[in-house]
Structure formats: structure tokens, C-alpha cells
Design a protein around this ligand. Structure first.
Ligand code: NAD
Ligand code: MG
Length: 406
């Protein structure tokens, strides 16, 4: 990567951004916001796991100094697609390349937009290098927990939530986080209820991957879309909120709000409620993360209050969404519980998308895996221990999937 001397907080010098997972839903939305402000941001590095044609198109348009791909086959594909345009772009391949990008001295800010626990290593690298870390990759924090937050503190990183609910909470709080504990009674995470909010639970056994990924309000990657349909997404977000805002589990509540207009709320000690509202468009929290502590144009449309119909709220139906309770069970145990739950869920969702198990078996696999490993996890304090536990949980989950015919 070439050296330059811009400062992240000085608008006269563009902030140099690395986007990990640039071809995904969050990655593409991030580039959309970045492209609206060429004077503020420059794209320093991009990474993608598959879809080399999309990555090549992004490279031609944004001219990053570096790109990272997972293996030699993808590297060859990218080189062929790029031809002479590859000149001047450093290609990093395989193990360690995401960590290298995330901690490079030429990078001011990292957008963590990888899906799954695979993003934990690069997030830790960015945190330890003291970067501005914009976190969409909730699984990394669910798995890393205290280890992740310690890396942020010790590295002097600035951690900015991108998940819309957590961005909403963050936007409702003052910048000085030392005042948060005295101010917050509890927080309320809103959830749309996904595509099966009012579907007869008896029929959930038969739903297809296509139905499950058809979210009513948001366009997202396939994994998070399935998580929204099971409400495991909200379960992961409860764990994410515990770490981001240093809350006790009983301070984190969930309410179904089908319109996705209120993105979450802080209920203060004096009973006052602060909420953040807007159209459901991830470019809003992304723009907030990119420009924090300022505000910039995001490209999202404005709320039109006169055409808004009712904003409604209901309690989550635990019969339809049994996964939500798993978050509170996990938070009652050591960090290993959250790591195991996340790994089981990643494997179960993939098995459902591959049509190996029915939709309702996702929860069964999650519960089966957590029970199978209960008491056999320590409180992992190193990345290597967590990755080891993650691998064991995936193997156990695969056994659970196979037992259900997958
Ligand atoms: P996506 O599937 O659309 O994109 C994932 C990106 O990560 C792609 O660029 C892919 O190439 C890369 N990737 C996938 N597996 C990888 C691996 N093993 N190693 C390295 N890179 C890998 O996902 P998304 O919807 O953009 O979500 C990304 C993250 O943001 C998830 O953690 C999700 O929960 C979170 N998030 C997404 C949204 C949304 O609206 N999409 C909202 C809130 C939070
Ligand atoms: Mg969310």
C-alpha cells in the first residue's frame, strides 16, 4: 500500500477506508455513501470472498491501493478479470490478508462487513491497531465478547455500531460513554418480526429458503435474512448490545415493531424515552459511522410523517420465535456459550439454505449443540481458544444436522 499523510478527523484530507466484505449488502451500501463524498473518503482497500466479477468492478471504479481474496483460485480469477487495470493494486491472498488490511498504517477506518465469525480476527486486528472500527459484523462481537471489547480499549480504537438498532441507541446517547450507566434504565431493541410474523407456527416446517430471505422491510444478505425470519438476528443483537453498551441482560428488551421506522430506543432513569427514527435504509447508520461525530448526506429518503400510518408494537411471540430466549440463556453463562450458539446457528442456517434441514430445525440444531457442549467450555480468553471452541461447536452442529437428515 502506498503511504500518504491524511488525518481521519481533518475533512481536508480524505479518510482512508478499508471495507472488509465489500461485495455484500453492507459493503455495497458503504461504497454508495462513500461515492457521494469523494472529497471526504478514499477507498484504501477492499476484500471479498467470492463474486470476483463484482470485486473487479468495484476496483475499477474506486481504485483501492489493496485488495484481499481468500485463495489462489480467486486471485487468478481477479487478475484475469482486471487485466492491465490490476497494475498499482496490491493483491493479498489467503490467511492473514484481512488482518493485514485491517491494521495497515495507511488505513484510517475499517468497515467490518463480513458475515459470520470469520470476521473476528480482522476486527481484533483493527481494534488493536487503534482504528476507527465500524461494526456491522455482529457475529464477531457475539463470539469475541470481552476479548473484543478489551482489544478496542487497549488499542484505543473508536468502535461505531452499524447495526441499525445499535446505531440508533448510540445516536440517542451522549458521546461521553462514562455517563451511560447513570443515564440508562434499559434499552428497547425493535424488531420487524420478519416475513413470518403472522404466519401460523404450524406451517413454519414447510417454508422455503426463498420465502425466508424475502424480508418485508430490508434488503440484506441471505444469512441475516434467515436470522431475521427465526429472530436469531435479534438474539445476536441482544448479545451485541450487552457488549456495546455494557448492560445487564435484563436491561435489554425486545419489542416487535413491524414498520421498522423506530430503529430502537433508550429508556432513561427518569422514564424519558429517546428514539431514533428514519426510513429503513442501512445507508443512514453507515453514513453516521463514516462521518461520526458529524452528519453527511446518506442518500436515504426522508420520512414523510403525513403519509406514515400507524406505528405499532407487540411482544415477541416466543412460540413462533423460540430462538430469542437463547440469547438470554447464553448471557447467563460464560463467553463460550455465545460462541457456541453463534457457530451452531451459522451452520444451521447454511444447512437450511442448502435445503438439508427444514426451517424449524434451525432452532433444534442450535439448542442441541448448546446442550451437547454445555459445561464443556471454559471461558476462552484468547482468540485461538475461541476459534477452537467455534470449530468444535460447528462439528457438533453438523452432527445435529446429520441426525435430522441433512
Ligand atoms: P452479505 O452476505 O451480503 O455479504 C457478506 C460479505 O462478506 C461479502 O462481501 C462476502 O464476500 C464476505 N464474506 C463472506 N464470508 C466470508 C468469509 N468466510 N471470509 C471473508 N469474507 C467473507 O452480508 P451482509 O448482509 O452485508 O451482512 C454483513 C454483516 O453485517 C453481517 O454480520 C450482518 O449480520 C451485518 N448486518 C447486515 C445488515 C444488512 O442490512 N445487510 C444490517 C445489519 C447488520
Ligand atoms: Mg439489526
Amino acid at each position: 500500500m502506498s503511504a500518504a499523510t491524511p488525518s481521519p478527523m481533518n475533512p481536508e484530507h480524505p479518510q482512508r477506508i478499508a471495507i472488509l466484505g465489500s461485495t455484500g449488502s453492507i459493503g455495497v451500501s458503504t461504497l454508495d455513501v462513500v461515492a457521494r463524498h469523494p472529497e471526504r473518503f478514499s477507498v484504501q482497500a477492499l476484500s471479498a470472498h467470492r463474486r470476483m466479477a463484482d470485486l473487479a468492478a468495484q476496483c475499477r471504479r474506486f481504485k483501492p491501493a489493496a485488495v484481499a481474496v481468500p485463495d489462489e483460485q480467486r486471485a487468478r480469477e481477479w487478475r484475469e478479470l482486471m487485466g492491465d487495470d490490476a497494475k498499482g493494486i496490491q493483491l493479498l491472498v489467503g490467511d492473514g490478508s484481512l488482518e493485514q488490511i485491517a491494521s495497515a498504517s495507511e488505513v484510517d477506518a475499517v468497515m467490518a462487513a463480513i458475515v459470520g465469525a470469520a470476521g473476528l480476527g480482522p476486527c481484533l486486528a483493527a481494534a488493536r491497531a487503534g482504528k476507527k472500527l465500524m461494526l456491522a459484523n455482529k457475529e464477531a462481537l457475539v463470539v469475541g465478547g470481552a476479548l473484543f471489547m478489551n482489544a478496542v480499549r487497549e488499542g484505543g480504537a473508536t468502535l461505531l455500531p452499524i447495526d441499525s438498532e445499535h446505531s440508533a441507541i448510540f445516536q440517542c446517547l451522549p458521546e461521553d460513554r462514562t455517563s451511560w450507566a447513570a443515564r440508562i434504565d434499559h434499552i428497547v431493541l425493535t424488531a420487524s418480526g420478519g416475513p413470518f410474523r403472522s404466519r401460523d407456527p404450524q406451517t413454519l416446517q414447510q417454508v422455503t429458503p426463498e420465502e425466508a430471505v424475502a424480508h418485508p422491510n430490508w434488503v440484506m444478505g441471505r444469512k441475516i435474512s434467515v436470522d431475521s425470519a427465526t429472530m436469531m438476528n435479534k438474539a445476536l443483537e441482544v448479545i451485541e448490545a450487552r457488549w456495546l453498551f455494557d448492560l445487564q441482560p435484563d436491561q435489554i428488551r425486545v419489542v416487535i415493531h413491524p414498520q421498522s421506522i423506530i430503529h430502537s430506543m433508550v429508556v432513561c432513569r427518569d422514564a424519558s424515552v429517546l428514539a431514533q427514527l428514519g426510513t429503513p435504509d442501512m445507508r443512514v447508520p453507515i453514513a453516521f459511522g463514516l462521518s461520526f461525530p458529524h452528519r453527511i448526506e446518506s442518500g436515504a429518503s426522508r420520512l414523510d410523517f403525513t403519509s406514515l400510518k400507524a406505528l405499532t408494537f407487540e411482544s415477541p411471540d416466543t412460540r413462533r420465535f423460540p430462538g430469542l430466549g437463547l440469547a438470554y440463556d447464553a448471557l447467563a453463562g460464560p463467553q463460550g456459550c455465545s460462541a457456541v450458539l453463534n457457530a451452531a446457528n451459522e451452520e444451521a442456517v447454511q444447512a437450511f439454505l442448502d435445503r438439508r434441514i427444514p426451517f424449524t430445525a434451525i432452532h433444534e440444531v442450535n439448542v442441541g449443540t448448546v446442550h451437547a457442549l454445555a459445561g464443556r467450555w471454559a471461558a476462552p480468553s484468547e482468540l485461538a481458544d475461541l476459534l477452537d471452541l467455534d470449530a468444535r461447536a460447528r462439528a457438533t452442529a453438523q452432527g445435529e444436522i446429520a441426525r435430522r437428515g441433512g
